[in-house]
Design a protein around this ligand. Structure first.
Ligand code: FES
Length: 293
């Protein structure tokens, strides 16, 4: 019965509406899954912890006042965001409380735009404003088609309708089950192998840099200066793109939204939207080599 009404919700809509529903619903579900299966998202010890992300975003966002307050309840906010993404994705794909889910998706996109991608320049490199426009277009399409078929077209579902109420409870329950399922796919952090030789000193003079794979499996950069040796993660703290080293600027640059970090100054952010400096890896000179510590 439920499957029949889901299939009918797709059959009754035109191709543009189906395409938007498929893309937005699938993307929102995947967004929830990515958070649920990421063991750093709710881990207070991680630089990727939702609280660290919110604190960083609060520095440049017009929503900074709200974001600073959200940091105090970061884990709760993180779980709410994850469940909302699952619920919106499921509701859009199944057509249950569709207009309410679309408005929810638009609101999430608006908040992300005003916080995560607000400083992205030029604006079209940030995806959240484009998602906001897609949600609004989908809302217009759905409402037009409902009016065309003479259907009642309110955003708030009729909760006095027992079947509609049960369907909405089903969406919420499925979102929780999906979050629990995603958490089963979290990978344990690999153990750090201390003492691994990265490079011989003789072939890595002062002024050199190189890429290497850190003990946790992530890409990283090693530098040697007159002050010693030091290493940074090559994962951008904004949205996780892999950084490259600019020989001309002596900076670690992100190809996605123009973030730049200064490796000679603690991996500090010097341009673009990254919220926090680069995480460091511990390295040292031991004998004639540079090793991980
Ligand atoms: S991922 Fe956006 S600046 Fe790096």
């Amino acid at each position: 019965m439920a499957l029949t009404s889901i299939a009918a919700s797709w059959r009754s809509q035109n191709m543009a509406t189906r395409l938007l529903r498929l893309w937005l619903g699938g993307t929102w579900f995947y967004g929830g899954w990515q958070k649920a299966s990421d063991n750093t998202f709710l881990n207070k010890a991680s630089t990727n912890y939702i609280g660290a992300q919110l604190a960083g975003l609060a520095q440049h966002s017009p929503l900074k006042f709200a974001l600073r307050h959200m940091v105090e309840h970061a884990s709760l906010i993180g779980v709410s965001v994850m469940l909302s993404e699952f619920a919106i994705g499921i509701a859009v794909l199944t057509g249950i409380a569709l207009q309410l889910a679309i408005v929810g998706g638009a609101l999430v996109s608006l908040i992300l735009w005003l916080s995560v991608t607000w400083t992205v320049y030029p604006y079209f490199l940030g995806s959240d404003s484009a998602y906001l426009v897609m949600w609004i277009a989908l809302l217009f399409l759905v409402r037009q088609q409902n009016v065309g078929r003479g259907k009642k077209s309110g955003v708030i579902p009729d909760l006095t309708d027992r079947r509609e109420f049960v369907r909405i409870v089903g969406v919420g329950t499925t979102a929780i089950i999906a979050a629990l399922a995603g958490s089963r796919f979290q990978k344990p952090a690999p153990k750090s192998k201390a003492g691994a030789i990265l490079v011989k000193l003789a072939s890595f003079p002062v002024g050199s840099n190189m890429q290497f794979t850190a003990p946790d499996g992530n890409p990283a950069f090693l530098f040697r200066t007159n002050a010693g040796v030091f290493a940074y993660s090559a994962i951008c703290t904004h949205q996780g793109c892999t950084l490259g080293y600019s020989v001309l600027e002596h900076t670690l640059n992100c190809p996605c939204h123009g973030g730049k970090y200064d490796p000679a100054n603690g991996g500090k952010v010097i341009a673009g939207p990254p919220p926090t400096p680069l995480p460091k890896y511990r390295v040292a000179i031991k004998g004639d080599s540079i090793v991980t510590v």
